[in-house]
Design a protein around this ligand. Sequence first.
Ligand code: ATP
Ligand code: MG
Length: 328
Amino acid sequence: MDEPIVRAVKLRKYFLATKHGILETLFRRKPLYVHAVDDVDLEIRRGEILALVGESGSGKTTIGRILATLEKPTGGELYFEGERVTPSNVKQVRKRIQMVFQNPMESLDPRMSVRQVVEEPLRALGLSGDERRRRVEDALTAVGLEPSIFNYRRPRDLSGGQRQRVAVARAIVSNPKFIVLDEPTSALDASVQAQVLNLLVELHRAYGFTYLFITHNISVARYIADRVAVMYAGKIVESGDVRSVMSEPRHPYSQALLKSVPTVERRGLEPPTGEVPSLIAPPSGCRFHPRCPYVMDVCRREEPALLGADGVSVACWLYGAKRVESDA
Ligand SMILES: Nc1ncnc2c1ncn2[C@@H]1O[C@H](COP(=O)(O)OP(=O)(O)OP(=O)(O)O)[C@@H](O)[C@H]1O
Ligand SMILES: [Mg+2]
């Protein structure tokens, strides 16, 4: 099989918890950490769309930023096109990756013209001015913005949908190997959302881009993705072929998450019950155990490993999971 384009092994990101006030955090004998991403294994294959879904605060953006090399992990290994990412090659790796953020108003520099915004990733590539101009025009055309009209406009003069198209043009202009899209349509009106989503699907079809598509919207994930990974409290609890996971979710959390989506037969909105756990002191064993309707003794004591069969992996004792080997 093809070498995955991105591979993360035991990826970890702990943030210093500053919620209690920076002084208390600093003077504690043992500082408190937010376990935002905890020992995550993940593979993204060339040309696929992997959706990363999960509730707010489950660590989706943190994973996206680490895979885009915008954030340094606290632990674990990251491989890009088979090569381990290290401080000495990270700048070279970053040239092959782009990210689109949720809010194009914050992510686009308001002082720049559309042309300058889109051209930015090309500056690191040593192309001639003519070549850069041609590429910018191609990218704008590809996202449905006529260059002669939009080149010299400024992001603040555009509608939300147009702005996000500019962000997409910037993301594709350097022909990257991998694009992280973090809730790229969540801030847009419903009708515009569908247009931008369709544009992303078209670009993926036409150019064979590889996407990590972060969303809390299950219907969007179902529509756009080949595979899906479900996150809960800093962990991936289930991953696999999108049809398989959506039609027959194995993990009780995936089941609860999918049940909360309205369908033709079900009016929906039955989110998982109970509190989202603290990421400063995550629950012992399986992190979902305090909210799980099927909780067993072992779930409180031991963490289940993410194990696969038939293209779907699940981390749950109901499926005879193995214990996670602890390196502590
Ligand atoms: N720079 C930071 N410093 C401290 N804590 C952080 C930082 N960034 C994220 N966190 C914490 O890490 C956890 C995961 O956050 P993250 O933004 O990755 O979640 P998310 O799944 O993207 O959520 P959302 O759906 O709301 O975007 C949260 O508890 C968040 O508060
Ligand atoms: Mg996020």
